[in-house]
Design a protein around this ligand. Structure first.
Ligand code: ADP
Ligand code: ASP
Ligand code: MG
Length: 416
């Protein structure tokens, strides 16, 4: 008898019919004698609706609350509804099921409301329940922070709930059910040529998640890697007894066929700030990036180049969602930093190619740059790590670039 954590995303629980459908997946595991903890997202679109309501209702200065405690109290409610509905459906079908909110477990987080990190999940309460044959249905995305306030784990956070529960309960499997039948070589919405990968390494999946493949929240992959969680992504849009192998995320040794490039990703949540003519002297860059760090702005690609007039141009990327938050801090420090002009740019995207095989093969970068050059796509910034190359390009070429690269690395269906 195994311990299994299952997670169902928003489209998988979009209405009562779909909730009844996922109940069949849960029953299937329970009927085989397994102990089951299932965690759910809010119904598709519900979290967006709740976020919009907060933005309309809340104070204009986000620091006053929009991303704070009341925001979390509102946006966490979607998962409260679906967890209890799934429990009700299972009860009606004769199963012992109970919903669990974050505070009831308790799933303890830090106080970074809106993007809280899980600090601890004492396993006792859930263990006791499932050991007594109950099916535990956990509201994803939420936990309890200091002062007993509800905190949410950032968008897509139910994936992290699932993996953290699996780690805490030492589950045998953590199955993430979604609206695609696994992790693809690129977002299947961008090209029909994308294909499902049987296996990916934790490292590849981590890069993919952080570079735009929204199928798993980045933090969930970090946790899976750290705790060796046996993670799988598979479809809830098939019959519960259908063949459904999904994609297994595992250690490198368990991936037999290592491709040079396994995936192409696209991140649209990108923006760029350029500070022009910053005095070229020690301490200026330190000043800029300390200021941003102090205000929780996550900076990515950084480029410094000589300015045409005097000094240096410093340009860096940051999530588009952080741009409006970051600009005022830089503008108010203009005199101290000493730059001449600030230019903010939203119409850019990041396209990346990822694969563990890159470690041992040359020519990956030149294929990327040649492919983009042939399509007359200009590269603004480049960044690399051992297993990925990312480029910043104009947003209008986003999909063209993904399709061209997908083909260039032999990932198109039938070829791969
Ligand atoms: P859920 O609601 O189940 O959490 P998400 O919408 O968060 O689902 O994630 C699934 C979606 O991720 C898919 O519908 C797909 O469009 C998108 N996606 C992006 N990149 C990939 C990829 N490489 N493989 C699979 N899905 C991807
Ligand atoms: N409902 C939350 C969101 O839409 C969490 C999740 O779906 O994982 O971001
Ligand atoms: Mg998701």
């Amino acid at each position: 008898m195994a311990r299994i954590v299952m997670k169902f995303g928003g489209t998988s629980v979009a209405d009562l019919d779909r909730i009844r459908h996922v109940a069949a997946f849960v029953r299937r595991e329970a009927d085989q004698g397994h102990s089951v903890v299932a965690t759910v997202s809010a119904m598709a679109g519900e979290t967006n609706r709740l976020v919009a309501l907060c933005e309309e209702a809340g104070p204009p200065d986000p620091a006053l609350d929009v991303r704070g405690v009341e925001y979390d109290a509102v946006v966490s409610s979607g998962e409260q509804v679906t967890s209890a509905l799934l429990a009700l459906v299972l009860q009606k079908q004769g199963y012992r099921a109970r919903s669990w909110q974050g505070w009831q477990i308790p799933l303890q987080t830090d106080s970074a409301h809106g993007r809280a990190r899980i600090q601890d999940i004492p396993p006792q309460n859930l263990s006791d329940a499932i050991d007594q044959g109950e099916i535990a249905i956990v509201a994803g995305f939420q936990g309890i922070a200091k002062a007993d306030r509800i905190a949410t784990l950032g968008r897509g956070g139910s994936d992290t709930t699932a993996v953290a529960l699996a780690a805490s309960l030492q589950a045998d499997r953590c199955d993430i059910y979604t609206d695609v039948d696994g992790v693809y070589s690129t977002d299947p919405r961008i090209t029909k040529q994308a294909h499902r990968q049987d296996r990916l390494t934790y490292e590849e999946m981590l890069e993919m998640a952080s570079l735009g493949a929204k199928v798993l929240q980045t933090r969930s992959v970090e946790l899976a890697m750290a705790y060796g969680v046996n993670l799988r992504v598979l479809s809830s849009f098939v019959a519960p007894d259908a063949l459904n192998p999904g994609t297994v995320i595992c250690d490198e040794e368990e991936v037999l066929e290592q491709k040079i490039v396994s995936a192409v990703t696209l991140s649209r949540d990108e923006s760029r700030i350029s500070l022009l003519a910053v005095p070229d002297e020690p301490g200026r860059a330190a000043h800029i990036f300390s200021l941003l760090a102090e205000h929780g702005v996550n900076v990515d690609m950084i480029i410094q180049s000589p300015a045409r007039t005097s000094g240096a141009n410093i340009s860096f990327t940051l999530p588009a969602s952080d741009l409006d938050h970051a600009v005022p801090y830089l503008e108010s420090a203009k005199a101290l930093i000493g730059y001449d002009r600030l230019v903010a740019d939203r119409d850019i995207v990041k396209v990346s190619v990822i694969g563990v095989g890159m470690r041992s093969h040359t020519g990956v970068a030149s294929t990327m740059f040649n492919t983009l050059a042939e399509r007359k796509i200009n590269i603004h910034n480049i960044s690399t790590s051992e297993i990925k190359i990312s480029v910043l390009i104009d947003a209008e070429y986003a999909e063209l670039a993904v399709r061209a690269l997908h083909q260039a690395y032999g990932l198109d269906k039938g070829v791969a």
